[in-house]
Design a protein around this ligand. Structure first.
Ligand code: ZN
Length: 155
């Protein structure tokens, strides 16, 4: 287990598309464990592998009720919309209001390669969208609500 360096700001890796995971082996488990340590240390609720420089379709989300491991995640369905503030560990000291679906259905593989269905609304839906976007090189700044701008947040 190890804390990995979180890539920030205009690091070009944040804009790259991640490749699917095909092999569910010890290297993947190590990546997931390192991501958990890194997320806990950073005190965040979600982390995508490209944020630590690994271009693989892996996301973890921990909203305080246990850590979800999402491998090769896909959004299957969206419902409604919401506009709320969003921030990202890769864009420190910033936030912005995004336009996201109010609820999403997601499928993803777990560390054993089995497909699992997830549903989330409100914050959890934003989190699914935000983290899955990272796998396609997209940041929340690409999903800002009409007329909204990124603003600075003091520590
Ligand atoms: Zn992020």
């Amino acid at each position: 287990m190890a804390i990995r360096k979180i890539r920030v700001d205009d690091d070009p890796i944040l804009r790259k598309k991640s490749r699917p995971v095909e092999v569910f082996d010890d290297r993947l488990f190590q990546l997931l464990d390192d991501m958990k340590d890194t997320l806990a240390k950073a005190d965040g609720i979600g982390l995508a592998a490209p944020q630590i420089g690994v271009l693989r379709r892996v996301v973890i989300i921990d909203m305080g009720d246990g850590c979800m491991e999402l491998i090769n995640p896909e959004i299957l369905e969206t419902k409604g919309e919401q506009m709320e503030d969003e921030a990202c560990l890769s864009l420190p000291h910033k936030a912005g209001k995004t336009l996201r679906p109010m609820a999403v259905k997601v499928r993803a593989q777990n560390r054993n390669g089995n497909w699992v269905l997830y549903e989330g609304s409100e914050l959890k839906a934003r989190c699914f969208c935000h983290e899955i976007d990272h796998l396609d090189g997209k940041l929340y700044t690409d999903a800002l609500a009409p007329g909204e701008q990124v603003y600075r947040v003091e520590e």
